[in-house]
Design a protein around this ligand. Sequence first.
Ligand code: XBP
Ligand code: MG
Length: 257
Amino acid sequence: MDLQALIFDVDGTLADTERDGHRPAFNSAFREFGLAWEWDADLYAKLLKVTGGKERIRYFVDHFLTGYSKPADFDTLVGELHKAKTRHYVGMLDRGAIPLRPGVKRLLEEARKQGLRLAIATTTTPDNVIALLRNALAADAESWFEIIAAGDIVPAKKPAPDIYSWTLEKLGLDPRQCLAFEDSYNGIRASLGAAIPTVITVNAYTANDDFSGALAVLDGLGEPRQVFNPIHGNSYGKSCVDMELLRRWHGETTKPA
Ligand code: XBP
Ligand code: MG
């Protein structure tokens, strides 16, 4: 089966958004609501176990806040906090505070030139994706992606495969015609759960995650002057990920056993 589409996760994969993006945005929202909750970088590593901002706030309250009794309108509070967090986060993106990871723009441009179909499958809020694409990639970057599957579009977030299954259905493709790009354990569980061969680019929060089943694991896509370090898989002598390398990896998945 030919490679037809590339499906990208956003947080941690297109950009390093968590430590200096989402985390301070959550903290700004907590301050705005007069809550003395502060997520430092170490605590946030533990909270990342749960995908989705609303889900993460609930997990924090249930597991890390001893002695807090939830108000009757707790669900509303979580919703309002999350809206404020999204506003703070989008504000950061609009100020250009978060760049794409090295190699992302180069690879997307090459894929577009070669007629690959592009999609996004993420648990983050749609507004966040649009703001990142517009500010960090190109003013018209939203239109580069045929499908942007994000946030609450499916109820079960990663590691459930639902967001990837939804994307495949919209693309009308077999998983073997696609490659997914992820950065985390929850992410690869979701993509492999939908049977999509997956390339991993790790980051500081996910470097020790279990990536069993990945086609390749690297520390980034690499640029000609900022080459990747391969962690697992065959790099075929390449030092940055390009369409030729992706086709090689994809070929490994379609070889007869
Ligand atoms: C990303 C996330 C997101 C963001 C927060 O996971 O966990 O929840 O941290 O986004 P993945 P929202 O990269 O696996 O998709 O606050 O907008 O939910
Ligand atoms: Mg991710």
